[in-house]
Ligand binder design. Structure first.
Ligand code: B12
Ligand code: SF4
Length: 428
């Protein structure tokens, strides 16, 4: 059985080239079970459809697995269609964040045969092995498939409780020399994730890998770091966890082991302002952490509360003070502008907070309603959005990516863009 895993083309606005750890992890579990697999990362390896078409003809896989977030879904659909036009017997399987929100609707699109929502290592392996043995899909948990004109959704697979049991992503199948991030300059660069799931429920977020928070052990994380340094001369690692420092003891232990093993590399993390203290910041800085990215989101407590972010302005100020006291680490602060309930006054508060905090970099984004979020649900239920655009998109009824923001009597999209331009200028 031969499997090709494809990461579709992405928006041109993405600055940098990033490993896709999701398909890396799926490839790894297949290889561990002696199944032949390839990874084709279109944005990173700069592959176009013609390249993929040639690669499909040469490799002739029985299964094509395509990853999709909500912004690459149209491309994923095109690739599934292309795979079938080259080999009508090929089986197309799709997964990733978008499919996790709309598993059944996805299969309305005939280009796809099977959808696997959520964490997929177990179900994907089961599907491939089942097909290898010419057996039926009805007993495989976690899959959505078509049976005649019916779309069947099986019961979900259990989440992996011990993440250390997963093999590391199959980096040897990935285009390692092509990764870069503007943040890492010319350093050999990669990303690592060390946790799955998020117990919070922010209004605007479509966190997709389960509410149940799970962490890799410190030694398992540091093994991956050591492997990257030894095998790929990695010099800069971004930990792309939703919140790296959820468990402070674990962070401390990761830092201790980095030092104990003498691993020299630069790194940065994303975390929440309510999840740091002086001690872990010191340990992180001491172990080579160069930057912390905090989601601060708003300078108005009323808006933070609407966002259900679960943080206070005091915690924002405190996290910045503590980080700066330790020194050595840059702060990148993210803010959102145009959240439901926002006024020009609350926007002013956000901009002045961003101006007055001693942070090194700020990013402002227009609050956008992604599918699967409480904010999108609010937009629909309040009648703010006149149609369920994301659902239509998932069913293949739209040929464009919905771009849904909340305009008010005080500002429209154009105004928000101008406000962000101004905010960037005053904060630079
Ligand atoms: C790293 C990351 C990025 C990186 C790299 C992306 C990449 N190449 O993977 C960068 C910085 C480029 C990025 C960009 C963006 N991202 Co991003 N990103 C993440 C992040 C933080 C981690 C992804 C990760 O590595 N997860 C770990 C791996 C193991 O999990 P996974 O990829 O989800 O894969 C598992 C399953 O999804 C499934 N699966 C995945 N693919 C496939 C394929 C098949 C065939 C099958 C069967 C299963 C399957 O199985 C995998 C193993 O269990 C996630 C949040 C998160 N915690 O997951 C957001 C996330 C994926 N990003 C998100 C968003 C919104 C964006 C941006 C739009 C942000 C922006 N405004 O620019 C862009 C869009 C880029 C684009 N056009 O593709 C959203 C997606 C929401 C959605 N509805 O699709 C997420 C979920 C964050 C969030 N909570 O809202 N992102
Ligand atoms: S924004 Fe971060 S903390 Fe909030 S739900 Fe999403 S991943 Fe969790």
């Amino acid at each position: 059985m031969k499997v090709a895993l494809i990461n579709p083309k992405q928006m041109d606005t993405i600055n940098g080239r990033y490993p896709h750890l999701g398909i890396g992890s799926l490839a790894s579990i297949l290889e561990k079970n002696n199944i032949e697999v390839k990874i084709w990362d279109m944005p990173v390896s700069e592959l176009n459809e013609e390249d993929i078409s040639n690669m499909l003809q040469d490799y002739d896989p029985e299964i094509v697995g395509i990853t999709s977030n909500s912004f690459t879904f149209l491309e994923a659909k095109k690739l599934a269609g292309l795979s079938k036009s080259i080999n009508p017997d090929v089986l197309t399987i799709v997964g990733g964040p978008h499919i996790s929100i709309y598993p059944v609707e996805t299969l309305v699109n005939n280009e796809f045969d099977i959808a696997i929502p959520g964490e997929a290592e177990i179900s994907f392996l089961n599907v491939v092995q089942t097909l290898q043995n010419n057996k039926k899909l009805e007993d495989i948990r976690g899959v959505v498939y078509r049976n005649g004109s019916q779309i069947i959704k099986n019961s979900p697979e259990k989440l992996i409780s011990n993440l250390d049991n997963l093999p590391l992503p199959a980096r040897h199948l990935m285009p390692n020399d092509s990764y870069f991030s503007p943040i890492a300059h010319n350093d050999n660069y990669s990303i690592v994730t060390t946790v799955r799931g998020c117990p919070f429920k922010c209004f605007y977020c479509s966190s997709n890998n389960g509410k149940s928070f799970r962490m890799r052990s410190p030694s398992n994380v540091v093994d991956e770091i050591e492997f990257l340094i030894n095998e790929y001369d990695t010099e800069y690692i971004q930990f792309y966890d939703d919140s790296f420092s959820f468990n402070k003891n674990r962070v401390r232990e990761i830092c201790r082991q980095i030092k104990e093993r003498d691993l020299e590399f630069k790194w940065d993390v994303r975390t929440r302002v309510d999840m740091v203290d002086a001690k872990i910041l010191e340990d992180m800085e001491d172990a080579g952490c160069k930057r912390i990215r905090y989601g601060m989101e708003s300078g108005d407590q009323r808006i933070l509360d609407i966002m259900r972010k679960g943080i206070t302005l005091e915690q924002i100020n405190n996290a910045v003070d503590l980080t700066k006291e330790v020194g050595g680490m840059e702060i990148l602060a993210y803010f959102m502008i145009g959240t439901p309930g926002e006024t020009l006054e609350s926007i002013d508060k956000t901009i002045s907070l961003a101006q007055n905090l001693s942070v090194d970099h700020v990013r402002f984004n227009i609050t956008t309603a992604y599918p699967g979020t409480d904010m999108y649900k609010f937009g629909l239920e309040s009648g703010y959005f006149d149609q369920d655009y994301w659902l239509q998109y998932a069913r293949g009824e739209l040929d464009y990516i919905p771009d849904l923001i909340f305009e008010t009597e005080e500002y429209n999209r154009n105004d928000l863009e101008k406000i962000i331009k101004h905010a960037k200028e005053v904060c630079s």
